[in-house]
Write a protein that binds this ligand. Sequence first.
Ligand SMILES: [Zn+2]
Length: 122
Amino acid sequence: MPEKLCLSCQKPIRGRTDKKFCDDFCRNHYNNNSLRGGPEKLIRNINIALRKNRKILRDQLRPAEQTATVHRNKLLTAGFRFNYMTHQYRTKKAQTYCFCYDYGYLPLANNWLLVVRKKGDA
Ligand SMILES: [Zn+2]
């Protein structure tokens, strides 16, 4: 019967033949590194970034406010990642808003941003 090798460290497994790993350490190491490394990891990380972006934008607006002017650095400090957005919205005035779900921003001059909350189905 061929020797079974640990999926994590590739060393022969002793003992029961139905085991896939030497021990818990090898199993955890394998699960943490292999399964999360594929496209699912990328998708999950982008989803996390988008949700965080949305939360940061939401935090800029008081409940009664529809817009707020915020400096770009304030968002960066909060961990905002400008390369992630869900969609863009171009107005008739040719202004392009970048959205993370229902919150977005319009770049203004000198690194200021107009943060907005989406109204209805607009
Ligand atoms: Zn092992």
